[in-house]
Ligand binder design. Structure first.
Ligand code: ATP
Ligand code: MG
Length: 567
């Protein structure tokens, strides 16, 4: 994979460069507008890196705005987690956190202006009638009988809707645009509907709530956003976005030619995962995972708990770029990014996941040595450490075969290998349990090979890791596989739901992992490479002082390189 990425501009950067060059905007302002009805996921992270990244690149600002116009599903828990995740990802929004709900007064004034200008009216059609009057893609809609309601009457009704005089569904406020427009969104769309429900940010007092299209573009204008970036499915909303901004013209922005505009890019889809907040929430609520931050979840907090770094997620967002056509990204790319970063920053340690004993028969009884092991070959500043070595060790079950198959170069009866940074050992015999599983291997060591080098230049074909049995600590490690078995888990199998696509083997808990003693001192969030095994991170929920639980972040095998080579 090429390390140097071409410095060519994506389509959004081209547009912004042009706008700055022509002086349309003296500076740019973007925004990230999450709906606080769930935790952020990797798709949001993509959008965040895009919006904050563009602002940074062009010397502009980026706002954080909670799009809290739908009070039912939203909550403070989500508002807090969004801010935490954003900061963790390394971005700082300009000024205070904004809330669309803070603009309710202004939006209400905007609506009254539209009524006075003959561009909006209070409509008494019910939900079913609204649908029926709207027409279809092939047939134009019909005007509401209230379309020409006098402005004073609409103003009065709107006021009373707000006060709570009517039950839900009795009236709506609609924009007066074009019932024959080929764009269904333009057929007198709703501006306000009655919702008699308390708002988590405002409390009681509002009985009407603005619709997304009205609130979103005008909130952008209120904040003097210049480039409002969203995903492709809002393509049809762009015309309406422009209509509201032009019709209301907040702060004279449209008149001055500095009004915000909407630009769409392809959302990030990841194979083997679902990304809709509704489905993620269902996984949490039904206990298929242990929370929004379960290390198998594609959420930002899940990735964090799994051991991902902000750097690796930003790198991922960068590498996938911005497209204008939908595509599905292989999770191997995300894994590649975290592996690249952890390779630089994570110290190496030895840990044996599936231990068997290795007894060195010619080792002096009771003797302990310490061997010097380098902490991170990628980072000279990481130094080295002393690791206790003795005549009884743990090695991986996989590293010994009674009858080695072809191309297996590790330990086998009569065969010599290097114990990492310690000595050459040669297996002599082994013991098994009743089922024939190897439980103990006996070997002899060559005292002349201290440090793992033979002075006679004799070569071995494998180096294996080990932990001194007497000094080892036993810890728990949790190995994760994909949460879903299939590439497109949103597609439910016949007669089932997406839950039927869950991978029953996505979590494997190992309770008898033998590790170097120093590993027991690691703290929640610490990251480490278990040599030859993978990158691990100390779990923030299950770890106890002196008893860390290790989440496997990613294996050492690079699947992405394989995909690239094939592709
Ligand atoms: P969901 O379908 O998961 O509920 P959403 O789009 O409704 O997602 P929002 O909170 O409204 O969630 O999203 C905030 C911002 O993040 C929006 O600008 C949205 O376009 C963007 N976004 C959401 N999902 C993705 C994704 N998969 N890829 C890129 N951007 C995304
Ligand atoms: Mg949304």
């Amino acid at each position: 994979m090429a390390e140097h990425r071409e410095e060519h501009q994506n389509f959004l950067e081209e547009i912004i460069s042009e706008h700055l060059a022509s002086g349309k905007y003296p500076s740019i302002r973007t925004r990230f507008p999450p709906e606080p009805n769930g935790y952020l996921h990797i798709g949001h992270a993509k959008s965040i890196c895009l919006n904050f990244g563009l602002a940074k690149k062009f010397g502009g600002k980026c706002n954080l705005r909670m799009d809290d116009t739908n009070p039912e599903k939203e909550g403070v828990e989500y508002v807090d987690s969004i801010q935490e995740d954003l900061k963790w990802l390394g971005w700082q929004w300009d000024g205070d956190v904004h809330y669309a709900s803070e603009y309710f007064d202004r939006l209400y004034e905007f609506a009254k202006k539209l009524i006075r200008d003959g561009k909006a009216y209070v409509c008494s059609l019910n939900e079913e009638q609204l649908r029926e009057y709207r027409g279809t893609v092939t047939e134009p809609g019909r005007p509401s009988p209230d379309r020409d309601r006098p402005a004073e009457e609409s103003l009065d009704l709107l006021e009373r809707m707000k006060k709570g005089e009517f039950e839900e569904g009795r009236y709506t406020l609609r924009a007066k645009i074009d019932m024959a427009s080929p764009n269904m969104k333009m057929r007198d769309p709703l501006i306000y509907r009655i919702r008699r429900i308390e708002h988590h940010h405002l409390g009681a007092g509002w009985n009407i709530y603005p619709m997304y299209d009205f609130a979103h573009g005008l909130s952008d204008a209120i904040e003097h956003i210049t480039h409002s970036i969203c995903t492709l499915e809002f393509d049809n909303n762009r015309e309406l976005y422009d209509w509201f901004v032009q019709a209301v013209d907040p702060d004279g922005l449209a008149t001055a030619g500095r009004e915000p505009h909407q630009y769409e890019f392809a959302r990030l889809n990841l194979a083997y995962t679902v990304m809709s907040k509704r489905k993620l929430k269902q996984l949490v609520e039904e206990g298929h995972v242990d929370g929004w931050d379960d290390p198998r979840m594609p959420t930002v907090c899940g990735l964090r708990r799994r051991g991902y770094t902000p750097e690796s997620i930003r790198d991922f967002a960068d590498r996938i770029g911005v497209a204008r056509r939908d595509n599905v990204v292989d999770p191997a790319l995300l894994e590649f990014c975290v592996r690249e970063h952890l390779n630089k920053i994570a110290d190496r340690r030895m840990a044996v996941l599936d231990p068997i004993e290795l007894v060195i028969e010619n080792w002096p009884e009771g003797k302990t040595e310490t061997v010097e092991v380098v902490n991170n070959p990628e980072n000279p500043e990481a130094g080295s450490r002393k690791v206790p070595f003795s005549g009884r060790l743990f090695i991986e079950r996989d590293d010994f075969k009674p009858e080695p198959p072809p191309k297996y170069f590790r330990l086998a009866p009569g065969r010599e290998v290097r114990l990492r940074c310690a000595y050459y050992v040669k297996a002599t015999r082994f013991e098994t349990d009743a089922e024939g599983n190897v439980t103990r291997v006996y070997a002899t060591y060559d005292p002349a090979t201290a440090g793992g080098n033979a002075p006679d230049g004799r070569k071995v074909k494998a180096t294996i890791h080990w932990v001194s049995a007497e000094h080892a600590k036993t810890v728990e490690a949790r190995l994760y596989d994909r949460l879903f078995r299939v590439e497109a888990p949103d597609v439910a199998p016949e007669g089932g739901t997406f839950l039927d696509n869950l991978n029953p083997g996505s979590l494997k808990v190992l309770e008898n992992v033998k590790v170097e003693p120093s590993l027991a001192e690691l703290r929640p969030g610490d990251k480490v490479q278990f040599e030859r095994v993978g990158y691990f991170c100390v779990d923030t929920r299950f770890s106890r002082p002196g008893a860390p639980v290790f989440n496997r972040t990613v294996t050492l095998k690079d699947e992405w390189a394989k995909i690239q080579a094939k592709g």
